[in-house]
Ligand binder design. Structure first.
Ligand SMILES: [Zn+2]
Length: 207
């Protein structure tokens, strides 16, 4: 499989306004942005933010997400305990939203970015097109990453409004926010064009 890229064609694309230039130019003639054929240090930065996100997911799942105080007793629950609690009380909608937003989506996003990095590192060119589709999917669902924090905030205000109990967010909320933010940065730092690149170098070697 051979791909034509900006590098193989002697071009460079502006990251900001997407105007195509000759690769001898250093600044965009339209918007003045510095021109790079690939995001600088894309792989190292993506690995770094991805590992940070993975590490933060551990306390996010082990520490309590919610601390409920009702009638003098305090009850702390982790994300998964919260999901189990809602399913147990037949709140399938709420349990489902929390499971998808705080377990399924973050794990899927991390998995995809690890996969994309491995596609680049092991030069799996036949997987580049599939990788590009996955990259677009995680960018689309990225907008919904903070849904879980929103759900927790909504429940806290609802329950406190009714005066039934006090609910506070636990340490997991901060760790979870950090994991979400590091995942977003990791996906921003990853340059999907890297997946197509080594094939071009091979082509040039053949010539
Ligand atoms: Zn530009």
């Amino acid at each position: 499989m051979k791909y034509k890229t900006d590098i193989s064609e002697g071009k460079v694309l502006c990251h900001l306004c997407e105007l195509l230039h000759d690769d001898k130019e250093h600044e965009c003639s339209q918007c003045g942005e510095k021109l790079h054929q690939r995001l600088p240090d894309s792989l190292a930065q993506t690995w770094g933010y991805l590992l940070a996100a993975t590490l933060f997911l551990i306390p996010a799942n082990l520490l309590p997400m919610m601390v409920v105080t009702a009638m003098g007793t305090e009850d702390a629950s982790t994300i998964m305990e919260g999901v189990v609690y809602f399913f147990h009380h037949a709140e399938y909608g709420l349990g489902g939203v929390i499971f998808i937003a705080s377990v399924a989506v973050p794990v899927f996003k991390l998995g995809v970015i690890y996969y994309l990095l491995l596609v680049v590192q092991f030069k799996q060119h036949d997987k580049a097109m599939g990788g590009l589709k996955l990259f677009h999917i995680i960018h689309v669902i990225g907008k919904w990453s903070m849904l879980d924090i929103f759900v927790v905030a909504m429940m806290v205000s609802m329950v406190q409004f009714q005066g039934l109990a006090t609910i506070e967010t636990g340490g997991a909320a901060i760790a979870f926010c950090a994991a979400v933010i590091f995942t977003i940065i990791a996906s921003e730092k990853f340059d999907p064009r890297l997946m197509f690149d080594n094939e071009v170098i091979k082509e040039e070697e053949v010539k």
